[in-house]
Design a protein. Structure first.
Length: 440
């Protein structure tokens, strides 16, 4: 009887000690999860700060100074974040495995089932609370999150700096290609606006912006549409062909058979020069050169390279069904950089008239990209509503959902489009009014 109380007391103390150990480990696990969340979120917060947010760091706030100091060493900062995050995640995995084995005895489950439960539980918790949620939040509040974590990350960076510096030097020796930061077209355009000074002319800025947008512009955006293509029937007599060429003034003209979708080749005017005095029976069809076909989705920077390699100046644009969508010339491509190029054969008449600061009259067939250029608008401003339209007339019809009669109007955001002239079922002239008081 005398030995039972000590035995019961020891058993109680043993159970209590085990419970306390489990509670301590759970608390440590929660702390590690919080550290993992802070470290993972800091990676997104620091490395996704935009130009406007970086401008806010220019004051003498100590937190801002620490953020700038860390960003001045991006490779070492990334090394610190990755090293510390890996250590924390390893600790989470070890503690989680220990706690699962302690509270869920493996003797009650099959080894395979126990293994699957551990993997799913640990991976799910770690991904959700240690990676996904903090990174999503940090991406939506980059600067505020960076301010919150910078005291902790700055001290952590000092501790791990020798190791992260060594890691950074090792990576630099490997010389991985493409490790530099990628810049979007919008980032480059913002940079151009920020670096504009009083010495930069309007033409210089336009050319620089044209270069920035060059790689993202497709053939469809700058081509001459099918309705405006000048072409010759392959069965036309020689003198009619010659008269047609003289009347239109083009040096290269597509040749079709029966319909424009069946392009047989290109006729170069210089090839006809030795035969201008030939009879009407002259077989000019033998002078036709092979056409070069390109899809609508092709980027114009790639097309320019092909023009250079093939030493040609004109391509036939085809749609997804193989039909002729239009034509594009080397001049069309270069105009995207340097602006409109006029030669002695171009008409001096503009396709639009500026009535005042807010009112314009355009030819209905004006390409949308030219319309945006005249009004100094982003080329994708109508992207959500223009459908497959490439011209101002197509945009207006797409917005209206029907054919508009003369003097009918349609409004979209800050723009009012009024039909000034029609010819049967074809829009001829459209008046565009810009509302200066419209709020975007």
């Amino acid at each position: 009887m005398e030995t039972e109380p000590p035995s019961t007391l020891l058993q109680f103390l043993s159970i209590d000690a085990s419970t306390i150990t489990g509670i301590v480990f759970i608390v440590v696990l929660i702390i590690l999860l919080l550290l993992s969340a802070l470290i993972s979120g800091s990676e997104v917060a620091f490395f996704s700060l935009g130009a406007g947010e970086l401008e806010e760091l220019e004051d003498d706030n100590p937190k801002h100074n620490n953020i700038k100091a860390l960003l001045n060493q991006p490779e070492e900062l990334l090394g610190t974040i990755l090293i510390s995050n890996n250590f924390v995640n390893v600790g989470i995995v070890i503690l989680s495995t220990f706690l699962l084995n302690t509270f869920f005895s493996p003797e009650l489950w099959s080894p395979l089932l126990t293994f699957v439960i551990e993997i799913l539980a640990i991976t799910g918790v770690l991904l959700l609370f240690g990676e996904i949620l903090p990174k999503v939040y940090a991406n939506t509040a980059r600067l505020s999150f960076a301010r919150f974590v910078v005291p902790f990350i700055f001290r952590l960076h000092k501790i791990l700096k020798p190791l992260s510096k060594r890691l950074s030097k090792t990576i630099n020796r490997i010389n991985i290609e493409g490790r530099g930061p990628s810049l979007s077209v919008n980032d480059l355009e913002q940079a151009l606006e920020l670096t504009t000074d009083e010495h930069s002319t309007e033409d210089e800025q336009r050319i620089l912006k044209g270069i920035v947008r060059f790689g993202s512009t497709t053939v469809k955006e700058v081509m001459t549409p099918r309705t405006s293509v000048i072409a010759i029937d392959i069965k036309a007599p020689f003198h009619d062909t010659l008269a047609h060429i003289v009347d239109k003034g083009y040096s290269r003209i597509p040749v079709y058979e029966e319909q424009l979708d069946q392009i047989k080749g290109l006729l170069y005017v210089k090839d006809l020069l030795p035969y201008v005095d030939a009879s009407d029976n002259f077989g000019w069809q033998d002078l036709i050169r092979s056409p070069f076909f390109v899809p609508e989705s092709k980027k114009i920077d790639d097309l320019l390279k092909e023009f250079q390699q093939r030493r040609i100046h004109l391509a036939i644009v085809v749609d997804e069904f193989g039909g002729t969508s239009g034509v594009i010339s080397l001049e069309d491509v270069l105009e995207e950089i340097v602006g409109e190029i006029s030669d002695e054969f171009d008409d001096d008449d503009l396709v639009y008239s500026k009535l005042d600061e807010y009112n314009y009259v355009f030819e209905a067939q004006t390409p949308l990209i030219d319309f945006c250029r005249v009004l100094d608008l982003p080329k994708d401003i109508f992207e959500s509503v223009d459908g497959e339209s490439d011209s101002l007339a197509g945009l207006v019809l797409e917005l209206a959902g029907k054919f508009l009669e003369k003097n009918e109007e349609i409004t979209y955001e800050a723009f009012t489009f009024k039909v000034e002239s029609v010819d049967q079922r074809k829009l001829i002239r459209i008046k565009v009014t810009v509302n200066p008081n419209h709020e975007a």
